[in-house]
Write a new protein. Structure first.
Length: 118
């Protein structure tokens, strides 16, 4: 299953994520940095970094927790697959269109947050 950016947006707009996470665009940038690392960083290592106090929030239900973790792992997989599959002469990555991250549109707040990554 590939990246479902609208579901990721919806996930981050939920109260539990809005209050406990570093935010959607920073998470996207952070996950790209993790995927680009020279060594494999496991989800057990990077997931807590996406949340204040370095711990996952208390979700209302286990299914909500599982769905959120699944979305975050698919985001990391999205970047990993692009990095692994890109040609050396084509170093650019494709950002999710729905993210509104485009250098062609000029410097946008979301892009700056994404680039900050942490």
């Amino acid at each position: 299953m590939g990246l479902d950016y609208p579901s990721l947006e919806q996930c981050f707009s939920a109260d539990v994520m809005a209050g406990a996470s570093i935010g959607l665009h920073q998470t996207c940038g952070f996950n790209l940095a993790v995927a680009s690392a020279p060594e494999i960083i496991t989800p057990l290592e990077w997931l807590p970094c996406l949340f204040h106090e370095n711990r996952l929030p208390d979700f209302r239900a286990e299914t909500e927790r599982e769905e959120t973790i699944g979305l975050l792992i698919r985001l990391a997989d999205h970047w990993t697959a692009q990095i692994a599959g890109r040609a050396p002469k084509r170093p650019c990555l494709n950002y999710p269109t729905a993210a509104g991250l485009s250098a062609a549109k000029g410097r946008r707040k979301q892009f700056v947050i994404f680039a900050r990554g942490i």
